[in-house]
Design a protein around this ligand. Sequence first.
Ligand SMILES: [Zn+2]
Ligand SMILES: [Zn+2]
Length: 394
Amino acid sequence: MDINRKILELGEVIYPEIMEIRHELHRHPELSEKEFNTAERVEKALSQWGIKYKRNPHGTAVIAYIKGKGEGKCVGLRGDMDALPIQELGNLPYKSEVDGVMHACGHDIHTASLLGTAYVLSQISDMFTGTVKLCFQPGEEKGRGYEELVEMGMLEDPPVDAFLAAHTCPDTPVGYIHVKEGPAMSASSQFSVTFTGSGGHAATPHLCGDTIVALSKFVLEIQSVVSRRINPIEPVVITVGKVQSGVRSNIMPKAAYIEGTIRTPKRETHTLVHEYMRQCIKSINLSTGTEGEISFIMGSDSIINDAELVEAFVNELRPLLGTDKVIKPGTLFLASDNFFRFTENAPSVYFRVGVRRPDDKTIFALHSPEFYAEDGALLTSILALSRGAVTFLK
Ligand SMILES: [Zn+2]
Ligand SMILES: [Zn+2]
């Protein structure tokens, strides 16, 4: 039987069960590195289907193994499991039952569809050679989990020849995936700034050094770094996510504090942005009589998709999902993903799976309290991950 027909048939068989598991995970989301029930649910399903796996006894990572009919290459599939400290505001029938915790990045979809993929591949293991390692990653939202998987032997015995991962995409309707060669996800860095003055009465700003004015100027000025100092064909995002200062209306605070993040695909551009931001601080110090200090932490590196693998993936997936359903080139997303650590070891592909209701004009971003993902994305992911694994094993 044709392998695509078999994958589709098995995907449809397991879909209702995977949907149940997904709803269960969505109702009971767990924060980074606390995915104990999630990992147990993963283990339960794998045992039920007779699939071999390893669970980290000191953590929550799980690796499942599916061997084909003979020796061959090895493909690693990544699915992350953690949720976020966000109160869910939507009205899904399977809404989070845990106060202040929500699957707002769709990692419930990733975990459940990786399970579905394990089922499909275990049923067609006589149709490919080599090994598939299905890697359930904890702690992704905190940039963790990769090390745990490596300690469990993810990269050895056999070494991985290619990695593949899916991420939900709220801009794209359910049923579609998109993928691009080259940079797919951005590199990130974080900054924190403290402006200090002497503090004092609100009526005597000339004696105090106005830290609030300095903070406000800085927040606006850095947007000019993006629009006026960086080549407009290069995508850059600078976002301030935290500002802190002051206690009451007539006291000028001694300090004002800002934290934010920078996203741009090239590492060199981060260095340039950092330099411009240091210059901003100097000019603001002069005009406000404050002293500002800025520090940076380099975060994730970008994810670069392998051109040849993307080509093979798209060509073999289109007959299964439909030509128009596989969008290439997809768009660069300026978020970052800890999957970049996996890609340092082998050529990789990171693709995005549409989750939005086709008639919904509103886009609820990842990490939004109203983010939702349609169940149909599970089937699309299962088909794409299964087909991708078989393609990369050739
Ligand atoms: Zn996220
Ligand atoms: Zn995510």
